[in-house]
Design a binder for this molecule. Structure first.
Ligand code: PHB
Length: 549
């Protein structure tokens, strides 16, 4: 990274990224006052930057400050998609985790640290578990010595020594873990790197955290260059560092070999990416928000999303074409991003660096569906003045996972965790309709269909026909079948693969609207909210598993 600021650097982009980094480092949210203090920017500048980021869907503003929003993950997704390692190596990593019943991760080098790009976590009592995008100091990890041995230049070693010498005990660590004092018995990092070069594996024997042990092996590209490290992570309650190495090294090496074969496979055709329309969008936003919208910040960040699968290395012309930006604008954005270390260039080709994941990816990567949905549910409830709920199928019931209650329309009090029989509710109907046909039939045959009111459908054949219709119409309307006087309308929430993972509904007293009004007034709003939730879900779920509850 050049030290001096290039004259062409885009100021607003620098300031926008400074604000994003600050919110990320603060764990996902910060007050505007804190942002002013931490960045040294003027309050009016912070206001405009966060207004612009909010407009982009990258942060959410409330009375307390600015919060990272799921859509921000599209920046990290651009890097991960361009990298292609998670997509290609995820399945063998998953199989290894299954075989060993231990967590498996993939990490890439990032300066003198390692950055996780994939995690397959076992449900195990472990004191610490890292997230995609987390950065750890190389010397505390198993992959670190492998990367140092494989590719660190004299300059990299010098940077590492400088960091260690500085030992910023007071300054906030850029890493996901606090520094641990070295104890006299453990070999130095230089020794571990030399040993890794000889052995082709490396171990982390509780360097990061007491109890946590990991063994890592390199995964190389067809040119023999180490592209990532495959780690198996365990705990001293199950293994010693030695027994872990003996048990996992052979299968880990076999998996690395499978991964290397995968990397030798043909690249799928470069994905043609729908050309931006970005210039139009930023123009319209500018018109709407006026001085509050910092166009050059929005454009600069969108340059990151020009990269992706099959688009790992782009020329300036390709970036300009994909984003719809003028070449000069794209060029200045790239220069700025390169100055900040988010982009590198070689032979006129630009590529993203793992640092992009530092822009909010780790705190957002564990966002569960209810958290994604709640802001949209609150907005919908506010517009309709009706209760809005989210539920999942749990056995033969639905279980509420989020709720925004505007007024109480039911005699029972519904809270998160409340269960109702699926067959008598609109959300249940949508969830049942989303099941594969055979499973739907099996369920209807198995459960009794108790009547909760005189209107409850209790005939399996009638319910089966009803579910066909729900599947066709993609919504369910249920009138008084769960409780007299209660009318509710639900639509599905689908993940990236098209599987229904939850249902969203609006519930009201029958006196509020006729069925026709429900369909003409509420359904479009409900669908729009579901669409926004799905769109965020697809961003968050691209490289992470999103919990439905
Ligand atoms: C992890 O994947 O959580 C991990 C990997 C290597 C380490 C420590 C933790 O050295």
């Amino acid at each position: 990274m050049p030290d001096t600021l290039p004259t062409e650097a885009v100021g607003p982009l620098l300031r926008g990224i400074a604000v994003l980094r600050e919110i990320s480092d603060a764990g996902g949210g910060a007050s505007l006052g804190d942002l002013v203090r931490a960045t040294g920017l003027a309050r009016s500048t912070v206001d405009r930057v966060v207004a612009t980021l909010a407009r982009m869907g990258y942060v959410r503003l409330d009375g307390n400050g600015a919060w990272l929003a799921p859509r921000l993950m599209e920046l990290g997704n651009a890097y991960l998609a361009a990298l292609r390692l998670p997509a290609r190596l995820g399945p063998p990593a998953e199989r290894l985790a299954e075989e060993l019943d231990e967590s498996v991760s993939l990490a890439v080098p990032d300066g003198d640290g390692i950055r996780f790009v994939h995690q397959t976590t076992r449900r195990r009592a472990m004191s610490l578990s890292f997230r995609i995008g987390d950065l750890l100091p190389a010397e505390s990890t198993a992959p670190g010595p492998l990367f140092a041995a494989a590719g660190w230049s004299a300059q990299d070693w010098a940077a590492w020594r400088a960091r260690r010498a500085a030992a910023p005990a007071s300054a906030r660590s850029p890493y996901a873990v606090p520094p641990r004092p070295a104890d006299g018995d453990t070999p130095s990092f230089e020794e571990r790197a030399a040993r890794a070069a000889k052995d082709g594996w490396a171990v982390d024997d509780q360097n990061i955290e007491p109890g946590l042990i990991a063994v890592a092996v390199p995964v190389r590209d067809p040119h023999g260059e180490m592209v990532c490290a495959l780690s198996v992570v365990s705990h001293t309650s199950r293994h010693s560092a030695d027994s872990l190495r003996r048990t996992v090294l052979p299968p880990a090496r076999a998996t690395a070999a499978v991964m290397e074969r995968e990397l030798r496979g043909a690249d799928p055709a470069a994905q043609a990416r729908a050309a931006g329309g970005l210039a139009h969008w930023t123009g319209a936003s500018k018109q709407e928000l006026g001085a509050e919208f910092v166009e050059s910040l929005a454009r600069g960040l969108t340059v990151v999303t020009a990269f992706g699968e099959g688009r790992a290395e782009l020329t300036l012309a390709a970036v300009a074409e994909t984003t719809g930006l003028a070449r000069a604008t794209a060029r200045r954005a790239l220069i700025t991003l390169e100055h900040l270390g988010y982009v590198t260039s070689r032979d006129r080709l630009f590529r993203l660096t793992p640092r992009v994941l530092g822009l909010g990816y780790p705190p957002l990567s564990r966002t569960a569906l209810p958290e994604i949905a709640l802001p949209y549910m609150a907005r919908l409830g506010g517009r309709l003045h009706d209760s809005v709920s989210l539920a999942v199928l749990d056995g033969d019931d639905i279980r509420y996972t989020a709720r925004v209650a505007t007024e109480r329309v039911m005699s029972v009090n519904i809270t998160t965790g409340t269960r109702f029989p699926a067959h008598a509710t609109s959300m249940g109907r949508v969830l049942l309709a989303g099941l594969p046909r055979e499973e739907r039939a099996a369920r209807l045959g198995r459960t009794g269909l108790p009547a909760l009111t005189p209107h409850t459908l209790t005939d399996p054949a009638a319910l089966a026909t009803g579910l066909e219709e729900v599947a066709r119409e993609d919504h369910a309307l249920v009138d008084g079948e769960l409780e007299e006087g209660l009318r509710s309308l639900a639509v599905p929430i689908r993940d990236r693969s098209g599987t229904t993972v939850a249902a969203l509904n609006v519930a009201m007293h029958v006196s509020r609207r006729t069925v026709a009004e429900c369909l003409s007034e509420v359904l479009p709003e409900l669908r729009a909210a579901a669409g926004l939730i799905e769109s965020d879900l697809h961003v968050v779920g691209r490289f992470s598993r999103v919990s439905a509850s």
